[in-house]
Design a protein around this ligand. Sequence first.
Ligand code: SF4
Ligand code: SF4
Length: 56
Amino acid sequence: MAYVISDDCIECGACEAECPVGAISQGDGKFVIDADACIECGACAGTCPVGAPQEG
Ligand code: SF4
Ligand code: SF4
């Protein structure tokens, strides 16, 4: 399952730069992950200061 970003996201943008496949982009009020592009590497979860990306 692809990772999903929760509402805890503070829109810092750190995960977008870390994603190796460019699956993360800014959404409405939080960043979002393209489930079809995510390869479940976990880099976003390791980078996020608030633990918002979680395995879906
Ligand atoms: Fe990108 Fe990896 Fe996070 Fe998926 S788990 S959104 S591939 S950084
Ligand atoms: Fe949101 Fe975390 Fe990504 Fe920052 S690193 S944009 S807080 S999900």
